[in-house]
Design a protein around this ligand. Sequence first.
Ligand SMILES: Nc1ncnc2c1ncn2[C@@H]1O[C@H](COP(=O)(O)OP(=O)(O)OP(=O)(O)O)[C@@H](O)[C@H]1O
Length: 553
Amino acid sequence: MNSLRFILELAQPYRKSLVGISVLTLAGSIFTLSIPWLAGQLLGGVIADRAPGIPLVVILLVGALVATTGLQIGSTILSAATSGHILADLRLQAYRHVQTLPQSFHDRSRQGEMLTLITFEVAMLSTFLTSTLATVPSLLLTAAGAVVLLFLIDPAMALFVPVLVPLFYILAKLAGRRLRVLSRRARMADADVVVAAETNLDMLPAIKAFAIEDARAESYSRALERARLVALSHSRIDAALAPAMGLLAALAAIGLVLTAGARFEANRDPGDLFSFLFYAALLARPVGGLANLYGQFQWAKGTLTRLRIVLSRDPEPGYAAGERPSRIAGSISFQDVHFSYPGRTGPLRGASLDIEKGEIVALTGANGAGKSTLVKLLTRFYEPQRGTILLDDTDIAAIHVQHLRRAIGMVPQRPLLFDGTLRENITLGIRNVDPDRLNAAIDLAQARDLVSALPEGLETRIGDHGVRLSGGQGQRIGLARALIGNPPILVLDEATSMYDLESEAAFVKDCMTALVDRTVIIITHRAATLALADRVAVVENGVIRTEECRPTR
Ligand SMILES: Nc1ncnc2c1ncn2[C@@H]1O[C@H](COP(=O)(O)OP(=O)(O)OP(=O)(O)O)[C@@H](O)[C@H]1O
């Protein structure tokens, strides 16, 4: 699919407004086209002293000027309103889609780039659709109308127009080639700037701790400088293209003045001479506009390509899976699971493990052995290359991925907290959560004291990444979040790593109530946490070895 087709597809839902803009600007062009003729007649009338005809010409000229202004205002307002709609819709469509893409896609793409694409670049695209593309008919009409009228007034002199066309074409072609390259570079440089700022702000505590503010500011400044230089090169060509074409047209018009005087004086009305020259001058505007359009289309093409690549990517396969078992008991079976991340070998090479419903299994093993990976496969963040994972004897590949994930409460080592209230962080922003469920989750996670100790309780804002909480407090919030949906399966991924031995023992004791009647996978290296488990499974060399059985509690 080429860029033009894709852009027309994007424009399809807004065709009525876009046609409306085109109609208003077309009507504006018709009035604009009448102005040189009327102005020429007025000047001709004044020079030739034809007083009786002048009032009517003046009325028509003023009418045309007022109508042009009114239509311009109307089309600009409609264009801004439509652009706003397209922008909001495009952002939502892109965001929704990006959300459904597999984790492996996000692992490979840079967050800042994605952010630039779905916020800034689509903004440029919506402006391109409304302010540039929708005005093409009027530009064409003005250009064609001016040419036709020039030929009608004096066909011999109007021949300068076809002479200019190849010149314009060559100019646009040369500039277009360079603009395409520079647009791509400029977009990448812009994305680098966002990525650098985003990374630095995210890393700020480390940057301060290691006192490397200057070095980071310098690397950011280098990214800015690269973006500035590329944008400058692009603007130079972009800025020169339309005026250069306008200049060519204007020079041609001057040439005409020099040759036209004698011809016209001899046998024509001076009003026609003025009209001819005004039309020649008017021609420069749509020609410049079309040249601008060309430059902006080169820019838009890059965004279109990137947007198309993202939008045409398939969502995670799990969204298409049909099964939504009404009750999940919680038995899990990993059967001969093989998995490696792109470009790597391992970490899992035939891992098998059966976990009964209600059982607590501790997963342990060296760093990088593949413990977290097993859980990511269970929650279908990734798909195993070989082997099967069963949940209550159903292959998880057949279960709708959201249904599956809602059945598994995840407590990661560092829960992803955001700048909202404690309540929003526990409910993940979902409104109308049953207050009893919320309270039960807070109690089960033993987070009641923590909530009461904060100045505004559940309504306390906790800052970006929960900076206003301690690591251990954050983990309790993470546990409450996992428990709020009352999932039959709970996964604690190094959830006690933030605690000292004493607090760990307390957390472990606290957790016992939360764990009852659930299937639990605890990833840990810590003895106190291992003691919670019915069974210990060791991940080693890509397989799972069940090491030890404890009497069932
Ligand atoms: N998104 C990823 N892309 C590529 N490789 C990855 C990715 N995530 C993990 N790995 C690699 O896979 C291996 C297993 O990682 P995993 O996080 O499952 O280990 P783990 O047993 O949980 O380790 P730890 O005890 O340190 O948390 C590691 O070698 C790691 O580098």
